[in-house]
Design a protein around this ligand. Structure first.
Ligand code: ZN
Length: 398
C-alpha cells in the first residue's frame, strides 16, 4: 500500500507539473492566479511549479497584466527557444529536414535526395546529412529530439518503418538516428503527423475531435479524439486508403481488391488519364506531355473539361471514405490536406457534392469542413510536434 501511495504522490506531482507547463505553453500570457483558477490546483502548488520552471529556463515572466484593484498580476510565457527540434519527412527519393523551436517556429530548412539503391541505408544517410545540417545552423547541445514523418506502417516502439510500398521499404530501421544524436527519436506515419501539426498550430486547435485527411500518393487519415491522436494497437489507425469502396476487379498493392486508394490517389488520376488518351479523348494531355499528377493539375487549371471532371470524380470517391470516418467517429471537423489538394476547387466540388448528405446533417451542430492552411511545411511541423507532444505529455497512463 505504501509503495502504491508513494508512487501516486510522485505521479500526481509530475501530472500537476505537466498540466501547468502545457497551460503556459499552449495558452501563454497567464498569471499564476489564472493558472490556479483554470486548472483547479492550489495557488501554492502552481507557484512552486512555476518557480521550478523559471529556474529551469522553460518559463519566463514577461511583465504585468491588468489588475482588478489589487496587485498587478505577473504574466508568464513559455520559452520556446529553450530547445531545438529536428523534424524530417521521408519521401520517395528525397528527405526534407527542418529545425524548429519548441513552439513550431521553423528556423532552418534543407533537403537531400537519395537513390533507390540507398534506401536501405537511409538511417546512415540521414545521420550524416542531419549532423551537418545541425552543426551548420544551431548549437547541437540544444537538440531536444528528432521527429520523422514517413509514409507507410511504422512501429513507434522499435522506430521501424515496418512496411511502406510508397518508399519501397520493408523493415527500414531508423533507431540508429536517435542513438547517434542521443535524443528521443519519434517516428509516425504522415497522416498522423498531419493531424498533429493541425492540432498544434493549425485549424485543429479549435477542435477536440477532428479527422485530418491526406490525399496525394496515398490516402490517409489522422484521428484526434478528445485532443489526443488515436493510433490504434499497431500505429495504423486511420488507414483510410485501404477500406474497400468497390468490390471491383482492381487489385491494390496491399493485396486487397477495391481499396479507396485505387479510386482517390494520384495513381487513380494518372491511370484514368492514360485510359482517356488511349481511347482518343481530346484532353490537353493527349499530346506528348508526360502524364504526371503535376501535369494533370495544370491541365485542369488551364480549363481541360475532361481532367476537371476526373478530379471531381476523384473527390466523390474520396468523400465515400471521408463519410465512413464521419459516421464512425462523429468528429466536429474534417481537415483536408496533402499534395493532392492541388486538384483545388474541382476536387472540392466532388467532395462537397458527395458530403451534402450524411447521417448527422440534421444535427444543430454542423460538421465543419476545412482545407489545411499550413502549406507544404505541415509535415515538418508535424514531425516536430511528435517530439514536443512526447516531451510535454501528461503522464496519465504510466
Ligand atoms: Zn489496399
Amino acid at each position: 500500500m505504501n509503495l502504491l501511495r508513494n508512487g501516486s504522490k510522485d505521479l500526481i506531482k509530475e501530472l500537476n507539473r505537466s498540466i501547468v507547463i502545457n497551460m503556459v505553453r499552449l495558452q501563454g500570457n497567464l498569471s499564476r492566479t489564472e493558472i490556479a483558477k483554470e486548472t483547479g490546483l492550489g495557488l501554492s502548488t502552481v507557484t512552486n511549479i512555476i518557480d521550478e520552471l523559471i529556474k529551469a529556463g522553460l518559463v519566463s515572466e514577461i511583465g504585468t497584466g491588468d489588475s482588478n484593484g489589487g496587485r498587478k498580476p505577473v504574466l508568464l510565457k513559455f520559452n520556446g527557444d529553450f530547445g531545438i527540434i529536428a523534424g524530417l519527412k521521408i519521401e520517395p527519393n528525397q528527405v526534407k529536414m527542418c529545425l524548429s523551436n519548441l513552439e513550431g517556429k521553423i528556423l532552418h530548412k534543407a533537403h537531400f535526395s537519395y537513390t533507390l539503391k540507398e534506401s536501405n541505408q537511409l538511417s546512415t544517410l540521414i545521420i550524416e546529412k542531419l549532423e551537418h545540417f545541425i552543426e551548420h545552423n544551431v548549437c547541437a547541445s540544444k537538440l531536444a529530439g528528432v521527429g520523422i514523418a514517413t509514409p507507410g506502417l511504422t512501429d513507434r516502439e522499435s522506430n521501424e518503418v515496418v512496411y511502406s510500398p510508397i518508399l519501397k521499404v520493408d523493415h527500414g530501421d531508423l533507431k540508429p538516428i536517435g542513438t547517434h544524436f542521443n535524443v528521443p527519436l519519434i517516428i509516425d506515419n504522415d497522416a498522423n503527423v498531419f493531424a498533429l501539426a493541425e492540432k498544434w498550430i493549425g485549424i485543429g486547435r479549435e477542435y477536440r475531435n477532428f479527422i485530418g485527411i491526406t490525399v496525394g500518393a496515398g490516402v490517409g487519415a489522422g484521428i484526434v479524439i478528445d485532443n489526443m491522436l488515436f493510433r490504434g494497437a499497431f500505429g495504423g489507425a486511420g488507414e483510410l486508403g485501404h477500406i474497400t469502396i468497390q468490390k471491383g476487379d482492381r487489385i491494390c498493392y496491399c493485396g486487397q481488391r477495391g481499396c479507396l486508394e485505387l479510386y482517390a490517389s494520384d495513381a487513380f488520376l494518372v491511370n484514368e488519364v492514360k485510359r482517356m488518351v488511349q481511347v482518343g479523348t481530346p484532353t490537353l494531355l493527349a499530346s506528348d506531355t508526360p502524364i504526371t499528377p503535376e501535369n494533370i493539375f495544370l491541365a485542369a487549371h488551364k480549363g481541360d473539361p475532361y481532367v476537371q471532371e476526373l478530379l471531381e470524380k476523384q473527390g466523390e470517391n474520396l468523400a465515400i471514405g471521408i463519410k465512413s470516418m464521419i459516421h464512425l467517429f462523429n468528429p466536429e471537423a474534417v481537415i483536408l490536406g496533402g499534395e493532392g489538394m492541388r486538384g483545388g476547387d474541382f476536387l472540392l466540388k466532388g467532395i462537397q457534392k458527395e458530403l451534402a448528405v450524411h447521417f448527422f446533417v440534421k444535427h444543430p451542430r454542423k460538421l465543419q469542413f476545412h482545407t489545411s492552411q499550413l502549406g507544404d511545411d505541415v509535415w515538418l511541423i508535424g514531425a516536430c510536434a511528435l517530439v514536443v507532444s512526447n516531451l510535454f505529455k501528461v503522464p496519465i497512463y504510466k
